[in-house]
Design a protein around this ligand. Sequence first.
Ligand code: MCN
Ligand code: CUN
Length: 795
Amino acid sequence: MQDVSLSPEGNPLGFGRMLRKEDARFVRGQGHYVDDVNLPGMLHSAILRSPYAHARIVSIDTSAAEAHPKVKAVVTGAMLEDLKLAWMPTLSGDVVAVLATDKVRFQGQEVAYVIAEDEYSARDALELIEVEYEPLPVVADAKHALDPDAPVIRDDLEGRVDNKIYDWEAGDADACDAVFASAEVVVAQDMIYPRVHPAPMETCGSVAYLDKVTGKLTIWTTTQAPHAHRTIYALVAGLPEQKIQVISPDIGGGFGNKVGIYPGYVLSIVGSIVTGKPVKWMEDRSENLMSTSFARDYHMHGEIAATREGKILGLRVHVLADHGAFNGVAQPTKFPAGFFHIFTGSYDYPAAHCKVTAVYTNKALGGVAYACSFRITEAVYLVERMVTCLADELKIDPAELRMKNLLRPEQFPYLSPTGWEYDSGDYPRALQEAMRIAGYDELRAEQAARRAAAQEPGADPAAPLMGIGLSFFTEGVGAGPRKHMDILGLGMADGCELRVHPTGKAQLRLSVQTQGQGHETTFAQIVSHVIGLPPEDIEVVHGDTDNTPFGLGTYGSRSTPVSGAAAAVAAQRVKDKARVIAAAALECAVEDLEWEHGRWYVKGDPSQGKTIAQIAMAAHGSLELPEGVEGHLDASVVYNPPNLTYPFGAYICVVDVDPQTGSVKVRRFIAVDDCGPRINPMIVEGQVHGGLADGLGMALMEVIAFDSDGNNLGGSFMDYLLPTSMECPSWELGQTVTPSPHHPIGVKGVGESATVGSPPAVVNAVLDALQIRHADMPFTPAMTWRALQGRPMRP
Ligand code: MCN
Ligand code: CUN
């Protein structure tokens, strides 16, 4: 594997550092996003949203808005009911209102839709719509959603008498209870993973055009899964699928925010049907923060059992999951709590059980999103907090306790107590590497010296409190296989097509969709790695359902594990076919050919050979090919992954807390990631940097809180704080490389790893500094200060 340094001489063949191909347009401001789509005669639109979290709609008067000179149409839920479009399915089999008809169920819910000549008129006209609401009691706190007197939020669903969505369990409860009953030590801890938001730079939007002559519907939209969206539009609107084209141009970040289908997308289609014109809908920042997929909102009770020496025996957990007013979670159907049941983490013990109770509340829908890996974020936070609490209880160094319990390399493939088969790993090595980079022993010595100094008479009361936090994570990314994993019945496999043109330049068509991850670069590198064409000669096509094969899209860090495997297999097929063609051209037997990167040659006579480009020309020419071999040089693959890939990592965070203000400074952050071989180490590092910033943000700043009336208190960037470079330290990265045994080129996903792994490291560091067993994130200065005073925490 080469790791060619970035150089002006050109790009590496295959794996290695290479500047992103897409940056040529991005750094010139030439990216093309949904809001850059402008069609002749295009109209604009805006959505009226509910100011109440829970209220009956008594009446809606749209007459003044309709009279606005620039308004073309006003749409209400009642009109959609006539079209049978008032409700649509969510990704988890619930239904959600496109426009509210009977009630509004969260603040920010869609109530009416205005289409006008320009965006400003559309927004002005929203203010002319008169809605009479009758406010209802609100469920703002998941802990009270199941109270006997709680109002039933989803009275639209037949036979509903309460707010429970489901109870779901994994693991062996009896075996787990037996272990806990006889364990020497049991530590219990409640913790909340607060509601946070992916907040991509570009908000969500779409431009829809239904051409009434051809019957073709074209939708330019912010989607991480164009093919799945197309199928769902076909099912919802009853339009023929071959007449629907979903185009996802450049996307300014997704982070899970663009997996689902939002009412706004459907409304832009309705707008085009009603007006006969293309209609654009783009939400603003507050709409994005208030109404599109939030993440987490898990209230967890964990219990960990161990021997006095620190051997972990079992872990059990009960989760209260706040799903908001509609169950809109995006995850494989069989797993209502996503992959949360991977919560046993990276350690070796047999007893585990979890129960997840999900409830409706008067909040926006969502539940996954924000680099969630289908809830592995919550799982890793739980186990890494529990292990740290156990270390505190046993007075054992948290690194030592982890080292004692980590799975050993010879245990792989490892079947976890909740049924996951971890593919490969060398965990102790990764933790040792992180401790080496950190200088762990010296850090602990410094901390001890500082603590001792603080006890001296006349010690400086403003001296920072130093904390060291660890986390070790195992991720499972790359969903399917399709037998076990589907979304709304669509199996999780991905297609890929590779065409090598006569002149030896290639085109690779993907079913996944990049939102900043650099697929145009890394997928070209995958093909280059296998067939030896330079990456710049391989054009990656994605994000247009008319021009790419079907597949489930980009989320859960699945692109490289699934679609990347498809690309590698397609390239391998091209290479195999090239061998047959080379044999015909060189008039020798296939077995007599030897491969060197990019070229087949005759064994023993390297001068007699054909490059892939030469073979491509021959494949399209008049060369006589053997029986059964078709001309041209291309391949088409559907890859159904046999298992997830299991990347892992060891993170160490060092913080200094100001005891007088509660402000937390992250002094150092060491991240050792193992995602198998790195296709493009620069891109992997960028993914890790981004994820670490996310994790730091969640641990220290980000939370979408609600008041008791269900008012969203995080609806703008004034209240919903995101980290900037000012809060981030200079990340210190390391790596180990453990290939996946089942992936054709051994790679594992990495896109969400750092977001999954870093929050517990930061939280563990802050609590270590405060010398407190537990307090809930985010550790804003106020929250940290309050924790220091021993006061109860509140958001
Ligand atoms: N890669 C690599 N070597 C590996 C593994 C990955 O070079 N061993 C490269 C990949 O080829 C790809 C990138 O790293 O270019 C991320 O790959 P992967 O882990 O397969 O993740 P996906 O491409 O499926 O991206 C999804 C993931 C998710 S789910 C979220 S959320 C998130 C993340 O990516 N959203 C992002 N990172 C993001 N980065 C940006 N800039 N924008 C987002 O919206
Ligand atoms: Cu869960 S956020 Mo990413 O899978 O798109």
